[in-house]
Design a protein around this ligand. Structure first.
Ligand code: XMP
Length: 321
């Protein structure tokens, strides 16, 4: 692997910011660069870095793919606008749901999201803007896991030998590719991003689609979104690395309003980890787990069972898809 990690202890943060913003402005020149912001710490750090380097020559888009968490698009745009970064919200919900229709295979699902993002949306936005550069928040763990074949990250193309310039018409710049999560959080803080962003738990590129087993429909996303909100509200003070809800495809018999119902199952996961490469389940108290179950089954119609994953990564992974 030709990309070398910069460890947080070796990172001179101010020199790094200066070097990367210089690199970005030299590469982009007088042109325009584009980036997609998701609100995660990686894309947020890249947005601020590129904003420093390019000012108005950076065009930042938030793609509303319909699979983000509750209120996330509006909140992220608001945070950045408060920092003087203009963000354009693009409503692409229909495109993403159309692309995911009927797909149940995890890799095909990820592929559909990748293709919709790059081919259908971004290359058009880039073409219309005359930008030749796309900035992305690919990190060192993404590279490692993709090269190892553990998972295909949506934001890794060049590592897979795909020439984005030839295929999509633009070049991808990845300024934080040598950093792992803790170093990226440190960078985000140094860039003046709010705590809400630099302490944000990781969230996958394929968003809630990574937590829907089986077909991703607007209705099924709505269920996992509601469960995610309940899990995040309950566990955000737990100190865990990541916590999430998964909607299963299999149904189980339950009892709703005194009647037997073949209902839905939600799985809760809560992880201890430092870098997402390995992880172990958080030893949550039974009271916390039971309260989660009660809130989820009460507030989400049709859910009759809540389980907690107690497996480590590996062999489990953090997400389900
Ligand atoms: P897994 O599920 O592979 O996840 O154990 C490891 C970490 O990466 C996040 N994740 C992703 N992040 N694009 C991303 O940017 C993706 O396709 C993706 N899949 C998983 C996951 O949330 C965890 O933090």
């Amino acid at each position: 692997m030709k990309i070398e990690e910069i460890k947080q202890e070796d990172l001179d943060i101010h020199a790094f910011i200066e070097e990367k913003s210089k690199e970005i402005s030299t590469t982009v020149g007088e042109g325009i660069a584009i980036n997609a912001l998701s609100g995660g710490v990686d894309s947020s750090a890249v947005t601020m870095l590129a904003h420093l380097a390019l000012g108005d020559r950076l065009k930042t888009y938030f793609i509303e793919n319909g699979i983000m968490r509750q209120d996330e698009p509006r909140r992220v745009v608001e945070i950045f606008e408060n920092l003087g970064v203009k963000v354009e919200l693009v409503d692409a919900r229909n495109e993403f749901f159309d692309a995911m229709k009927g797909i149940t295979d995890p890799e095909e699902k990820r592929q559909a999201i990748t293709d919709t993002f790059y081919e259908n949306l971004f290359s058009k936005i880039v073409k219309n803007s005359n930008a030749r550069y796309l900035l992305q928040g690919t990190n060192y763990t993404d590279v490692e896991e993709t090269v190892a074949g553990i998972k295909r990250q949506h934001n890794i193309l060049e590592q897979l030998g795909i020439d984005t310039e030839q295929m999509y018409g633009y070049k991808v710049l990845e300024p934080i590719i040598q950093l792992r999560k803790p170093a990226i959080r440190f960078l985000a803080k140094a860039l003046g991003l709010p705590e809400e962003i630099y302490t944000r738990p990781p969230f996958p590129g394929p968003a809630l689609a990574a937590r829907v087993i089986g077909e991703v429909t607007p209705e099924r996303v709505e269920i996992v979104r509601a469960a995610t909100k309940i899990v995040e509200d309950a566990l955000h003070t737990s100190g865990a690395f990541q916590y999430l809800a998964i909607l299963h495809e299999d149904r189980v018999t339950g009892i709703i309003d005194g009647k037997r119902e073949f209902g839905m199952q939600i799985e809760v996961r809560c992880w201890e980890s430092t870098d997402a490469v390995t992880g172990s389940p958080t030893n949550l108290s039974f009271d916390v787990l039971q309260e989660l179950s009660e809130n989820i089954t009460r507030e989400i119609p049709g859910v009759v069972s809540v389980t907690y994953n107690v497996s480590r990564k590996p062999p489990s992974t953090i997400e389900a898809v």
